[in-house]
Write a protein that binds this ligand. Structure first.
Ligand SMILES: [Zn+2]
Length: 256
């Protein structure tokens, strides 16, 4: 049995048998990969806490004919403030679910891997609802779904300052308001500016941008609309996020 090592983030955990789990990692080396963690549910398993969602690990694995087996885990980063904090928990679930749905196995995703690691650290460090949506916009942009955000999708002219814009809920494109206004979301100059900053700036800087709540909310809605139009999957964690975080349940801690 030959062995190998890699660095990866735990993005999904499933029960496999009485004592074993299947862990889905997002890795720097080969994108998404499933491995078996044997005996992980036994109490006192020393691997267990490092295989929590969002933890970043160096994994030593053994090849088998089926799924490879985790032989050793060396933890690099374990989010500390997420467990027990409802807002952070949903934010993390959302980001991990998006990563799991959008990417396939055996693909090289160095940019996404780096972005994912940074995003997890940010969620752990500061409270900001926008983090998860900036993450979504960045990966949609990386996959070519957002266009250049500089030209009108109808007339091809520049999207200049002091104009009104619209986002098509059918094509997911941005155009001048005067060029296209059916089934569209109106965008002001300031809203488009925030969208561009979220997409272009490194996520650590993007999350610090201060803007009026109304503008933030608009671009957050836009991020979800972009996702739905281009990718089409529902994000399960989004429903929980909206229900719990947006005020229907104000409690801050998750019962253990
Ligand atoms: Zn135009």
């Amino acid at each position: 049995m030959s062995s190998y090592k890699f660095e990866g983030v735990v993005i999904k955990v499933r029960n496999f048998s009485e004592a074993d789990k299947i862990i889905t990692f997002f890795t720097r080396e080969f994108g998404k990969r499933d491995l078996v963690a044997k005996g992980v549910k036994k109490i006192k398993s020393r691997k267990s806490p490092f295989l929590d969602l969002g933890s970043i690990n160096k994994i030593f694995a053994a090849e088998t004919k089926g799924l490879d087996i985790i032989s050793e885990v060396e933890n690099i980063y374990l989010p500390k403030k997420i467990s027990g904090d409802l807002g952070r928990t949903y934010c993390l679930s959302f980001v991990l679910e998006v990563t799991n749905k959008l990417f396939q196995e055996e693909e090289d995703h160095r940019y996404i891997y780096k972005l994912l690691k940074e995003t997890i650290r940010l969620i752990d460090k500061r409270v900001a609802e926008s983090i998860r949506l900036i993450f979504v916009l960045k990966i949609l942009d990386h996959n070519g779904y957002l266009g250049d955000l500089k030209e009108c999708s109808v007339c091809g002219g520049d999207l200049r300052k002091n104009e009104l814009f619209s986002f098509s809920k059918i094509d997911g494109d941005i155009s001048h308001r005067k060029c296209h206004n059916e089934l569209c979301l109106d965008l002001s100059d300031d809203e488009l500016k925030l969208l561009k900053s979220w997409v272009k700036l490194p996520i650590g800087q993007a999350v610090k941008i201060k803007a009026p709540k109304k503008i933030m909310k608009k671009i957050e809605d836009l991020a979800i609309a972009y996702w739905e139009i281009n990718v089409g999957y529902d994000i399960k964690s989004e429903k929980g996020f909206t229900d719990v975080i947006m005020g229907r349940n104000k409690s801050k801690s998750v019962p253990k």
